[in-house]
Design a protein around this ligand. Structure first.
Ligand code: ZN
Length: 299
């Protein structure tokens, strides 16, 4: 197992440009060849799991299981900063997130995919920025996902015969409990489309790290608001999870194949006008800690 950290820098044979973060139901990536497991050490601690770097469709890809293999880490326990920073240290330019979600609309059916173009943050107990400690930054987040990568994901779903919704709002709750009925009704009144517990935090950090971010939200079930909720069995939900994970593997492979080499977006320059503090006053320790994401602006 290789170890990568900020001071050692990147290794030439481990430079993936696409990162995949797999959620519930997707703990490993099928079809990766020439794989290497890498323990990435970050200034924010350890990622959820060793990252598997391998080749898919002729491209180097880094895969990370968000909850760890065997699903050991609660949404609120995930070290999101370490996960995203580790991707940055490996050289990742685009993150594809894969996440199980609940549906808040009748027309968004279990087994279908949705590529969110908006998030609503209802998390409570998370650190969702790399900044602070003497460096203030405010990145734009009005469009929280990468339009280019989102299009690739939606097109790849169509290509693989998976019904996909090309936009929608993902409300991110703290969890780990599911919603109450009252919360579910409010979420529906607010016109949210799907509900999950992880993605908005990742999206914020990816934007700060100048990495493109887009999500395949795999609809697993209707949230508790649906009249059929009580009659859905655990085995039905598990069958949908398994089918979704199989479809996600196909869609990911196609998305990696189809991903344009050149980014057609501004994600890679998100910090250009975001660093507010007079850089002469930023503590050395902070500059060192954030070298992978602010290095190009302070050199
Ligand atoms: Zn982008």
């Amino acid at each position: 197992m290789a170890v990568v950290n900020q001071s050692k820098g990147k290794r030439a044979n481990t430079e993936p440009s696409i990162g995949i973060i797999g959620g519930s139901g997707l703990y490993e990536m099928a079809g990766l060849t020439d794989t290497q497991e890498i323990r990435v050490k970050t200034p924010f601690g350890d990622p959820s799991e060793a990252i598997v770097v391998g080749t898919l469709e002729g491209k180097r890809v880094a895969f990370l299981a968000r909850h760890g293999r065997g699903h050991r880490i609660l949404p609120g326990e995930i070290n999101f900063r370490a996960n995203v920073y580790a991707m940055k240290l490996l050289g990742v330019k685009r993150i594809i997130s894969v996440s199980a979600v609940g549906s808040l609309l009748e027309d968004l059916r279990p087994g279908e995919f949705l590529v969110p173009d908006q998030f609503f943050d209802r998390t409570k107990n998370r650190t969702s920025t790399f900044f602070g400690e003497g460096l203030v930054a405010h990145v734009g987040f009005d469009k929280p996902t990468c339009g280019q990568v989102s299009s690739v994901l939606a097109d790849a779903s169509v290509h693989c015969g998976v019904k996909v919704h090309r936009r929608g709002t993902y409300v991110c709750i703290e969890g780990p409990q599911f919603s109450t009925l009252a919360e579910a009704h409010v979420h529906r009144q607010l016109k949210f489309d799907v509900i999950g517990m992880t993605n908005v935090t990742e999206a914020k950090l990816a934007r700060e790290a100048e990495i493109c971010y887009a999500t395949i939200a795999m609809i697993t079930d209707y949230d508790c608001w649906h009249p059929d909720h009580e009659s859905v069995t655990a085995s039905q939900i598990i069958a949908t999870l398994v089918q979704n994970a199989e479809n996600a593997q196909k869609v990911l492979r196609e998305a990696v194949r189809a991903m344009p080499e050149q980014p057609g977006c501004k994600c890679g320059a998100a910090l250009k006008h975001a660093l507010v503090t007079d850089l002469k006053l930023v503590p050395k320790a902070t500059k060192k800690k954030l070298a992978a994401i602010i290095g190009k602006y302070i050199s």
